[in-house]
Design a protein. Structure first.
Length: 364
């Protein structure tokens, strides 16, 4: 069992705190937040110990720290965790840029600890079933892929939406990690990208209750379109946008020499998973072959805890999180500089889950 601390007790923290009941190997024991009252409230609700960040980092019993701070703080907090001699699991994105992301990986190697990174939705029942079917050749050799994430932003519902429109935000850095991690986990690494970006609305007006009427200046592109050349030869297209009122688009599809596959929303853990093979006239829904079809955030942390115990590589690892970060950064660079960008990083496809595991068991 690994003792786990959490830094950052905002909106997403609750699902991580609740995961300790599902994955006892990652025993969340402590939490900290820049607003002490939030940490104290979380500690009271989930039976944890609230403490200052410095005390959490100094606690020798804690093995892994989950970094749930805002994206602008991810790199600084992760570096502090690594310097304390603990492994870190960071919410997405790993960092705001590849310079900071690379520094995180290098510091972890120097300290002899590990880096993990969200999202872990690719470990859910839906995307693991997709991975299995692709690997088993149900649609032949993959040829192309598409991914679409379109909405009109978060200011209508999120209590504090400003960071979505600041450096480190935007649709690609906010939601791109789900889509790109799904694709990379199934199809392998990307070697080259190009892209186009724009800011459609230079100013946004918050209409959620807490800050109703507040104006937000937009600092980052809010419509991002990329072309991805995978090392395997697959050609991918991705659109992420906060500028679309409505659309009828699939989440992710993969097209092969012998058929097509429709993937579920990569921001979820379940289905549906569909296939339409060559010559078929209708899509066929495939039963999910794995556990974790409901919201199972914390699965990546639990897998990391198992890996620390066994010595194997953890699945939601820093190398893949960094590769996804470089893809996202490169799409923006390609647009700004009017060129293709060849990536410097690569990563291995993370190991698929074996079939037949009992819930909560992540190794044979």
């Amino acid at each position: 069992m690994a003792k786990v601390g959490v830094i950052g007790c905002g909106n997403i923290s609750g699902i991580y705190f609740r995961s300790k009941k599902v994955f006892p190997i990652s025993d969340i024991v402590a939490c900290a937040d820049i607003i002490p009252e939030r940490a104290e409230a979380a500690a009271s609700e989930y039976g944890l110990q609230a403490m200052p960040v410095a005390d959490l980092l100094a606690d020798p019993s804690i093995d892994i720290v989950i970094n749930l701070t805002v994206p602008a703080a991810h790199a600084e907090v992760s570096m502090a965790v690594l310097d304390s001699g603990k492994s870190v699991y960071s919410e997405k994105p790993l960092a705001l840029n590849t310079r900071d992301g690379r520094a995180i990986l290098e510091r972890a190697q120097l300290k002899g600890v590990r880096v993990g990174g969200a999202p872990d939705t690719f470990l859910g029942a839906g995307l693991q079933t997709c991975r299995k079917l692709i690997d088993d050749g149900w649609i032949g050799e993959p040829v192309a892929a598409t991914a679409y994430m379109t909405n009109h932003g978060h200011e209508s519902w999120h209590p504090d939406p400003e960071f979505y429109y600041q450096t480190g935000g935007g649709p690609m850095f906010d939601m791109g990690p789900y889509y790109l991690t799904a694709l990379v986990s199934i199809l392998g690494p990307v070697s080259r990208v190009t892209g186009s970006t724009r800011i459609t609305f230079p100013e946004r007006t918050i209409t959620s209750e807490k800050k109703y009427g507040k104006k937000v200046e937009v600092e980052v592109p809010t419509h991002v379109a990329g072309v991805l050349d995978f090392a395997s030869g697959v050609i991918g297209n991705i659109i992420t946008s906060f500028d679309v009122w409505a659309a009828q688009l699939p989440f992710v599809e993969i097209y092969g020499t012998e058929g097509s596959r429709s993937l579920p929303d990569p921001n979820t853990f379940g289905g549906p998973v569909k296939v339409r093979r060559a010559g078929a006239t209708e899509w066929q829904e495939i039963p999910l072959a794995y556990h974790y079809a409901t919201n199972s955030r914390g699965l990546g942390v639990a897998d990391m805890a198992h890996a620390l115990r066994s010595g194997r590589k953890h699945r939601a690892n820093g190398e893949m999180a960094f590769h996804v970060l470089e893809i996202m950064e490169a799409v923006h660079v390609a647009s700004a500089e009017d060129r293709h960008v060849r990536l410097n990083s690569t990563c291995e496809r993370p190991a698929a889950f074996p079939l037949g595991l009992m819930p909560g068991i992540l190794d044979d």
